[in-house]
Write a protein that binds this ligand. Structure first.
Ligand code: PMP
Length: 426
């Protein structure tokens, strides 16, 4: 049994020593002390089915033995020196990652988080094109640093600071968007925005192919193809933020952007790439990377031996355990069952996503009024029943279901049964 610090004391110290901007889930936050694959354990030993994976970070599974062993073995040998010396782990990892990328996306930069990855991508876009303006989507989340806060298109996360030349265009969101799934109309809006709101030239366009924080939104089909063309004609480069949607999670493809049939100029990633290790990456073409050689681009911890060894182990596990196919298989059962549940309960307005990257949006009427209060009640109830999901969307009325990729069909059934039970007793 767990003998460490209990929830009340942790919370008290957190309030005293950590910043007041932190938020937590649940009226009485959980003190999670252990994790094993798709399960988490609190201080009392209660087991939870983890359907949110530390905000879509744990890809292989909590404490997956192959990843743990790789990290431990490397930690015992050498933890850190930086890239001023040679080390095999970073090049092995970079080679393995590059082999997963399509087209000419072959040059890898390692960083420590998604925010850093997007910062670097934006810098590259501006250096390469000589332009400043960035186009991002409303409802996007790309980070919380001074630069990426500008790219983020959700007011909850935005502090009022100068955010550079950033243009937020309409979100091509099938369920709530003004043009439904009509990609051509959304794309025209981007073109208009460039023509009316910029000098005519932009540095780049960035989008998550499946919005995460914004509430598990899959972009309207065909949207990226149309917009990439428009942006490239305006001198910009196209950036895909794969921080949440990469590594096979969507089931049908390894990368989210592949579901839209495009090849970006720059791809950013984090979270699932490290199964919990602080790790991020930017992958681009040799041509774009070459402009960065005008100065030194250096990152003390980026690609350190421990994270590189762990990251390489993650890639191997996902291949060995055929996780992409598994996500497709389990995800299709889960989405089918959620759609059946939608027929039974009017409160479920939309079920969306692919693989193990799903969203369930709760509404209180036919006008799609966000069911905020009910979502909060159900969220607590699911936790009591032993199921942890995420919450998202501008109105906090979307359940985000993005478990570790080892999640099974039995787990999926348990989750849907728990949701059915909780809604039935609202
Ligand atoms: N991009 C996306 C799509 C994200 O979901 C997040 C984090 N939620 C980030 C970027 C920023 O990543 P980090 O918190 O690692 O800086």
């Amino acid at each position: 049994p767990y003998k460490g610090m209990l929830a009340d004391e942790v919370l008290e110290k957190r309030k005293k020593f950590l910043g007041p901007s932190l938020f937590y889930y649940y009226q009485k936050p959980l003190n999670i002390v252990e994790g094993k694959m798709q399960y988490l354990y609190d201080e009392t030993g209660k087991r939870y089915l983890d359907a949110f994976a530390g905000i879509v970070t744990v890809s292989c599974g909590h404490c997956h033995p192959d990843v743990v062993n790789a990290v431990v073995a490397q930690s015992q040998l050498l933890q850190h020196t930086t890239t001023i010396y040679l080390h095999h782990a970073i090049v092995e990892f970079a080679e393995a990652l590059a082999s997963k990328m399509p087209g000419n996306l072959k040059v890898v930069y390692f960083v420590n988080s998604g925010t850093e990855a997007n910062e670097l991508a934006m810098l590259m876009a501006r250096m390469y094109t000589g332009n400043l303006g960035m186009i991002a989507l409303r409802n996007a989340y790309h980070g919380g640093s001074a630069g990426t806060i500008g790219l983020t298109g959700l007011h909850t996360w935005k502090y009022s600071i100068p955010q550079g030349e950033i243009h937020h265009v309409m979100n091509p969101e099938p369920y709530r968007g003004a043009f439904g799934s009509d990609s051509a109309r959304y794309a025209k809006e981007v073109e208009d925005h460039i023509n009316y709101g910029t000098s005519g030239n932009v540095a780049g366009f960035i989008a998550e192919t499946f919005q995460g924080v914004g509430g598990a939104v899959e972009l309207a089909p065909g949207y990226l193809k149309l917009v990439y063309d428009i942006v490239r004609k305006s001198g910009g480069v196209c950036i895909a933020d794969e921080v949440q949607s990469g590594f096979g999670r969507t089931g049908s493809h390894y990368w989210g952007f592949e579901t839209q049939g495009v090849i970006p100029d720059i791809v950013t990633m984090a979270k699932g790439i490290g199964n919990g290790l602080p790790l991020g990456a930017v992958v681009t073409t040799p041509e774009i990377a070459s402009v960065m050689s005008k100065r030194i681009q250096f990152n003390t911890f980026g690609g350190n031996p421990v994270c590189s060894a762990g990251g390489l182990a993650v890639l191997k596990v996902l291949d060995k355990e055929k996780r992409q196919a598994h996500c497709a298989d389990v995800g299709s059962q889960l989405i089918d069952r959620l759609r059946t549940l939608q027929q039974k309960h009017d409160i479920i307005g939309d079920v969306r996503g692919r693989g193990l990257m799903l969203g369930v949006e709760l509404v209180s009427d036919k006008d799609k009024t966000p069911a905020k209060a009910e979502t909060a009640v159900l969220f607590e109830k699911l936790k009591d029943l032993g199921v942890l999901v995420g919450k998202g969307g501008l109105h906090g009325n979307v359940f985000r279901i993005k478990p570790p990729m080892c999640f099974t069909k039995q787990d999926a059934d348990f989750l849907v049964d728990a949701l059915d039970y909780a809604i039935s007793r609202l």
